[in-house]
Design a protein around this ligand. Structure first.
Ligand code: GSH
Length: 207
């Protein structure tokens, strides 16, 4: 069984959504970031940069155990392990999926995290940083909204790892202080993903 090293953060939900979509059995291994448990020597062997999520699959390539950190690497690994269309194999579909997948992992989530830091968690009020990250996040929401005006999902007609890489930081729009109402296509997409049984299982409260 796969171990998923998890806390209730955007990137961790991506890995959990993927495992639920694929129906792969997994065990949640909670790593409490508030208690700095990500710095424990055992966890650093799995994730050298003390970042969640991470997985350990005892049945990796060639039957050997493998550990993986970075949510994007985890999503790709799991899709390929399960040979699943969430990461399409056809060349054109894969290119479009990769484009929006990297947009999620490299552009959107890192910016959303900075917005979250200055809007919700920074010990001091920092109006300039809140405004800059807020305005930039709204620009990214607008980019996604325009894409979803022309396509049902980010990569086209099908749900893919690109959607999974973006969804948590849209789902968490209240926490990020952004109203979804000006983004009707993004809102429609957000509701559709929220209604998926795998999404609901992935976002179930932890014990
Ligand atoms: N690029 C990484 C970012 C992971 C990341 O930012 N993880 C945060 C939680 S979402 C974390 O573990 N922070 C704890 C730390 O940096 O010590 C990914 O996509 O997995």
């Amino acid at each position: 069984m796969i171990d998923l090293y998890f806390w209730t953060t955007d990137n961790c939900y991506k890995a959990r959504m993927m495992l639920e979509e694929l129906g792969l059995p997994y065990a949640l291994k909670l790593v409490n970031l508030g208690n700095k448990e990500q710095f424990s020597p055992d966890f650093l062997k799995i994730s050298p940069g003390h970042k969640l999520p991470a997985i350990v699959d005892p049945d990796g390539p060639g039957g050997a155990a493998v550990s993986i950190c970075e949510s994007g690497a985890i999503l790709k690994y799991l899709a390929e392990k399960a040979d699943n269309a969430l990461y399409p194999a056809a060349p054109m579909a894969r290119i479009v999926t990769d484009q929006w997948f990297f947009y999620g992992t490299s552009t959107f989530t890192p910016l959303a995290q900075q917005r979250g830091t200055f809007y919700a968690r920074f010990p001091e009020d920092v109006p300039a940083a809140k405004k800059w990250y807020g305005d930039t996040l709204m620009d990214l929401y607008d980019v996604l909204n325009k894409r979803l005006a022309e396509a049902e999902y980010l990569a086209g007609g099908e749900y893919t790892i690109a959607d999974i890489s973006v969804y948590p930081d849209v789902q968490m729009h209240d926490y990020l202080g952004v109203d979804l109402e000006p983004y009707p296509h993004l809102s429609r997409w957000n509701d559709a993903i929220a209604a998926r049984p795998a999404t609901q299982r992935a976002w179930a409260p932890i014990d």
